[in-house]
Write a protein that binds this ligand. Sequence first.
Ligand SMILES: Nc1nc2c(ncn2[C@@H]2O[C@H](COP(=O)(O)OP(=O)(O)OP(=O)(O)O)[C@@H](O)[C@H]2O)c(=O)[nH]1
Ligand SMILES: [Mg+2]
Length: 211
Amino acid sequence: MSYAYLFKYIIIGDTGVGKSCLLLQFTDKRFRQDHDLTIGVEFGARLITVEDKQIKLQIWDTAGQESFRSITRSYYRGASGALLVYDISRRDTFTHLARWLEEARANANANMAIMLIGNKSDLERREVSYEEGAQFARENGLIFRETSAKTAQNVEEAFMQTARKIYDNIQSGALDPNSESSGIKVGMPPAGPGQGGPPRFDHNRGNNCCG
Ligand SMILES: Nc1nc2c(ncn2[C@@H]2O[C@H](COP(=O)(O)OP(=O)(O)OP(=O)(O)O)[C@@H](O)[C@H]2O)c(=O)[nH]1
Ligand SMILES: [Mg+2]
């Protein structure tokens, strides 16, 4: 399937906050009740449309467990967007945000769009208020949403809003999609991961010349 751009995302945050469930809801529209602990990194993809342009999201879902940190750290490079997730019912996952942000800023490219997500908004038992989340986002220049991977509330919006921000940054010239570290690929890339120099446009098979 052809696309105008490919954006690479990374999902980060403490173990158990619902990163894999957010990805599953976004790609498969399903919810998983059990905590199927992510080992290292998992992968998902979906095609979306922004301003009539097809955009492929290539999403890396990382393990939140501390012991995987050295593996997951290498996935920040070349990401154009990050979803930084905490669990609104567990304050410790919110307090750890500063550490996650520090790690993201240290390992990712400076233009990476970061979306802060307060997940599990369906739960009544809440330890972090909406306003606290919004304030942390304001102070750190992040976009913010509360989501539920269970009811699907705002899940679509979270992924889309991040894409729109990246797209706007390309349009305004703040982001160079051809730079290797941008986490963006233009047009349909050649087969195989990590190839440089993708063609700008898909080839037009018909000969439209001089019609
Ligand atoms: N109520 C509710 N439960 C959720 C939600 N999202 C995830 N969960 C539950 O939270 C637990 C952990 O979800 P995962 O998606 O596996 O968590 P994770 O962040 O990927 O964890 P690691 O892979 O260990 O980093 C599971 O039991 C999910 O069913 C949500 O929005 N609402
Ligand atoms: Mg997981």
